[in-house]
Design a protein around this ligand. Structure first.
Ligand SMILES: NC(=O)c1ccc[n+]([C@@H]2O[C@H](COP(=O)([O-])OP(=O)(O)OC[C@H]3O[C@@H](n4cnc5c(N)ncnc54)[C@H](O)[C@@H]3O)[C@@H](O)[C@H]2O)c1
Length: 440
């Protein structure tokens, strides 16, 4: 691995030094030094750390660096890595310094959404492969920049954390639809109702917790005083850092709904209604209620959420229903069912019924795909283009409501909405000095 980027002698020397820190089971493994993969994590608290652990469960993968702007998180996670994996990564508070570390082959970007763009692009520029969490970025322009950067620095690989792409039952659904088992696909209904989407009960601002570099946490987002309801985890419900349920859960499920389409492009037309209709005692700016229709080339996708409730269609809080002429596929992370239409003349199902259980999450397989691609220098299954299409769709739905346009037409050539200049005002965030949108 990596013979294109580094000389073999240099790699062998680095690997020999690193071997001293390997746990016994890795030393005993048959992974040669040239196939060792050294990963670093930026943003350690929750998902990023989970993804890191999936890396470390693979043979020959080592954690050489951790970065977080919360010292307590950093220390806790470093201690866990030492305890469970017998490794001692270097610790950083500034990801730019981590990216100077020549031992790092690949970085995992597990920061909040407003902090995806810069670490991802700087990492590519520093010659690292990147596993970036979804949504690809917190604005349409940042998504475009990541795609451009991935094309320009194309010796490096990018895997976007839409792990369903690596899921066996999701691939099976995709194949069934491609094989025509539903007949003509007409519509995909998607929904995601979750309590967390209303945020936390409102609280007054507080002093910044000890050990937190809050100015760095805010980064390119506007300066403001500290409030625990818009910090770890709960940032999702504030426009400066996230996009609410439709960008959080939505991108995962919308990606599955768009997958049968022939192109990897955002929907051409987006119609959305909704707003903040309830839970005024909870801190959130992103919409607690949304109904969206995305028009693709030859079928439509709908998205529904009512945050703060967990009932949903088919008695499921979230899911997808792929509706075709011959039947419907009802799916979630635990599996799927084919529900055939009934042929009343021939007295039989129009398509074979089928039910498949799955093990739920597909993070492990998605990470495995990334690591295998690092070794083989092949493209991972979830490209920045795929991440961009889902993220732009979700952002467009929010923008349709925020701008008051209601319906938006997306022009893939100009990367703008054609029918609303008010909506175009939401394409690009105003980065706070000294942070600048990268030039590719
Ligand atoms: N793929 C999935 O299923 C899935 C699930 C959950 C979260 N996610 C994504 O993972 C990302 C992180 O979500 P989370 O729930 O772990 O958030 P979190 O708030 O729990 O953790 C984010 C961490 O990043 C750190 N951080 C913030 N700015 C930083 C910076 N500039 N440099 C270094 N560290 C910084 C924070 O201090 C915190 O420790 C989000 O993009 C989210 O959408 C994906």
């Amino acid at each position: 691995m990596r013979t294109t980027r580094r000389g073999f002698i240099q790699k062998t020397a680095a690997a020999t030094i690193a071997t001293a820190a390997f746990p016994a089971y890795l030393k005993a493994s048959t992974v040669p030094p040239s196939d060792q993969v050294n990963v670093a994590l930026i943003g350690c608290r929750n998902m990023g750390f989970g993804i890191l652990k999936h890396h470390l469960n693979l043979r020959g993968v080592n954690c050489v660096a951790l970065c977080d702007v919360d010292q307590r998180v950093l220390n806790e996670k470093a201690a866990e890595i030492k305890r469970n994996y017998k490794q001692s990564p270097k610790l950083y508070g500034d990801f730019r310094k981590l990216l100077e570390n020549k031992d790092v082959d690949a970085v995992i970007v597990g920061t909040p959404d407003h902090w995806h763009c810069l670490p991802t692009i700087y990492a590519l520029q520093a010659g690292k492969d990147v596993y970036v969490e979804k949504p690809l970025a917190n604005s349409i322009t940042e998504c475009n920049l990541i795609v451009q950067a991935a094309k320009r620095y194309n010796k490096q690989l990018v895997q976007v954390g839409q792990q369903q792409r690596s899921g066996g039952h999701w691939n099976k659904i995709h194949q069934l639809i491609a094989d025509g088992k539903l007949g003509k696909l007409r519509k995909v209904n998607v929904w995601g109702n979750f309590n967390y989407g209303i945020g936390q009960p409102i609280q007054a601002d507080t002093p910044v917790p000890e050990g937190v570099d809050f100015d760095f946490w805010l980064g390119p987002a506007p300066k403001r005083s500290f409030n625990p309801t818009r910090f770890h985890g709960s940032w999702r419900m504030f426009w400066d850092y996230g996009g609410g349920l439709v960008t959080d859960w939505g991108v995962h499920l919308l990606d599955m709904a768009f997958w049968p389409s022939k192109t990897v492009a955002p929907p051409k037309t987006i119609m959305a209604s909704g707003g903040n209709l309830s839970f005024a005692d909870h801190a959130h700016e992103t919409f607690d209620t949304m109904s969206v229709i995305f028009q693709l080339d030859d079928y439509a996708v709908t998205w529904e959420h009512t945050a703060g409730t967990e009932n949903g269609p088919w008695d499921q809080s979230y899911g997808l229903a792929f509706v075709g002429d011959l039947g419907t596929i009802l799916a979630d992370r635990s599996g799927f069912k084919v529900l055939p239409e009934w042929d009343n003349q021939r007295k039989l199902d129009k398509t074979p019924p089928l039910e498949l259980d799955s093990h739920g999450e597909n993070h492990a397989q998605h990470v495995e795909n990334f690591v295998q691609c690092i070794r083989d220098r092949k493209s991972p299954v979830c490209s920045p283009e795929i991440g961009r299409a889902a993220a732009i769709a979700a952002h467009s739905a929010n923008i349709a409501i925020r701008s008051g346009a209601g319906m938006l037409h997306w022009d893939e050539q100009t990367n703008r909405f054609t029918n609303s200049e008010l909506a175009n005002n939401y394409l690009t965030p105003n980065y706070r000095t000294p942070w600048k949108l990268p030039e590719i």
